[in-house]
Design a protein around this ligand. Sequence first.
Ligand code: ZN
Length: 165
Amino acid sequence: MQRLAEIAPAEIPQIWSLLSQIPDPEVPVLTITDLGMVRSVCAQAGGWVIGFTPTYSGCPATEHLLGAIRETMTAHGFTPVHIVLQLDPAWTTDWMTDDARARLREYGISPPVGHSCHAHAPAEVACPRCASTDTSVISEFGSTACKALYRCNACREPFDYFKCI
Ligand SMILES: [Zn+2]
């Protein structure tokens, strides 16, 4: 039991809960744990090690998020904190929780369709407002590189589609 307590200290669920409050700067309705970016939280050598996989590589949000994680951990006395970037396997929209997909749709962004389809526009992207699949691509790059801009042909509203990767 002593050994088990060392491996998984009681603070770990608390750390997960703190990290689950850090919003993604590009999609503020989702947090970094909704997106599955936090891969692991471990205690090591008197400090904390967080395994983190950024969503889109080269996304300017990554630096911001690393800073936000450090700040949150430090503010709650979880120091020293070491963030390990885990780039392999690469992040995929498959890691997004179902709850996150539902909230994305409510926010007005069509959630990724299918599994790891490598950024090619899928055949059917549903309008987050009226659910019509009669939609067309306006631009492969929406408000950020992670999204494509679509227009709904039923309700005529443009919307962002969170690209599947
Ligand atoms: Zn529509």
